[in-house]
Design a protein around this ligand. Structure first.
Ligand SMILES: Cc1cc2nc3c(=O)[nH]c(=O)nc-3n(C[C@H](O)[C@H](O)[C@H](O)COP(=O)(O)OP(=O)(O)OC[C@H]3O[C@@H](n4cnc5c(N)ncnc54)[C@H](O)[C@@H]3O)c2cc1C
Length: 307
């Protein structure tokens, strides 16, 4: 069955949920797609440093509490989330044809791309084999026994720094933070917190091998021009994000050098008329919940003017 709608909002993170609330306020005919737990990325990432930064009014609020309040807002408006993965989008005359993982199709006049980013993986042997069991992206998601364990965190920006701080403050693990650059590039606040922990940082280091048969045992790296092997029971990989836009392949949408969708900063419209991109998936900075939700409002405002 094909469903005809005005607006397809793809992704129910903060950006997509904010767009949905405004779409409902404007009585638009829309669908909000989500293939995972809505708001999961904001929840897990914010929980790594306990409470949300920079979202006015939400002081002392955890990632879980913030996302719960977003979902309650949607519930209060009777907005339901369509639990489907969007697998492909193509243009047909003036409309967009959206194909989902359950075989269903939607035809929409406007697209709001809010599918965010995914943590990058390390393209080295054993990564896939151990991912989910000994290798993770987010520290709050799993329930591991850290007693006497060696944990390596890869990536010295904010994600890696907050992961290392969380592990040092909440577990008995022996934590090593590895950064490829010569310095850690996290913001000052996290560097200050890191300095108060027992985390050992190794900079100018590139991990090139993950060792172990049934379980992870160690990682090999080059530090400067020397080789180093350190024991490792769990590895947290925080080496950056890549935009989730594979399903847009055939649209040939303009992106920047980081693969983020380029939008008009006034309207959020992309290089393709009637396709809007909001939140972490567009080129605008900073990458924060407040920006994501504001982008959602802006996109719906301009779509509503065209309807
Ligand atoms: C460690 C860390 C800490 C952070 N701390 C803060 C903080 O304190 N304060 C702050 O403001 N910001 C913080 N952020 C940033 C914040 O989490 C993001 O800016 C925000 O989540 C972006 O929202 P979004 O809706 O654009 O994307 P996302 O939250 O990534 O949501 C995108 C959604 O789209 C879904 N999706 C993807 N592809 C498809 C598809 N094909 N079909 C259907 N659904 C799909 C995903 O499952 C996901 O739920 C932090 C980020 C990190 C990494």
């Amino acid at each position: 069955m094909t469903n005809f709608i005005d607006v397809a909002i793809i992704g129910a993170g903060p950006a997509g949920m904010a767009a949905a609330v405004d779409a409902e306020n404007n009585r638009l005919n829309f669908v909000l797609f989500e293939n995972n737990k809505s708001g999961w990325y904001a929840e897990y990432s914010i929980n790594q440093h306990y409470t949300v930064d920079g979202y006015l009014g939400a002081y002392n609020t955890t990632g879980t509490e913030l996302v719960e309040s977003f979902k309650k807002h949607l519930d209060s408006k009777g907005i339901s989330i369509t639990p489907k993965k969007v697998e492909a989008v193509k243009k047909h005359e003036d409309n967009f044809v959206i194909s989902c993982d359950d075989g269903s199709m939607y035809i929409a006049r406007f697209l709001v791309i809010a599918s965010g980013t995914t943590p990058k993986k390390l393209y080295i042997e054993n990564y896939d084999k151990f991912f989910g069991k000994y290798i993770f992206n987010f520290v709050c998601k799993e329930d591991l026994d850290y007693e006497g364990k060696n944990v390596v965190v890869l990536g010295g920006r904010n994600s890696g720094a907050t992961t290392a701080i969380f592990l040092a403050n909440n577990t008995s693990a022996n934590v090593t933070l590895i950064e490829r650059d010569s310095t850690l590039n996290a913001t000052r606040k996290y560097l200050e917190r890191l300095a108060k922990t027992r985390v050992k940082a190794i900079t100018s280091a590139t991990v090139y091998r993950i060792n172990g048969d049934d379980k992870l045992t160690s990682v090999d790296m080059v530090v400067g021009n020397k080789s180093l092997t350190i024991p490792c029971d769990y590895l947290f990989c925080s080496i950056g994000m890549k935009p989730n836009l594979k399903y847009l392949n055939v649209l040939e949408i303009a992106t920047d050098s980081l693969g983020r969708i380029v939008v008009d900063p006034l309207t959020m419209e992309s290089s393709i008329p009637n396709v809007y991109a909001i939140g972490d998936i567009n080129q605008l900075l900073p990458k924060q919940v407040s920006n994501a939700t504001a982008n959602g409002k802006t996109a719906i405002y301009f779509i509503n003017k065209k309807i």
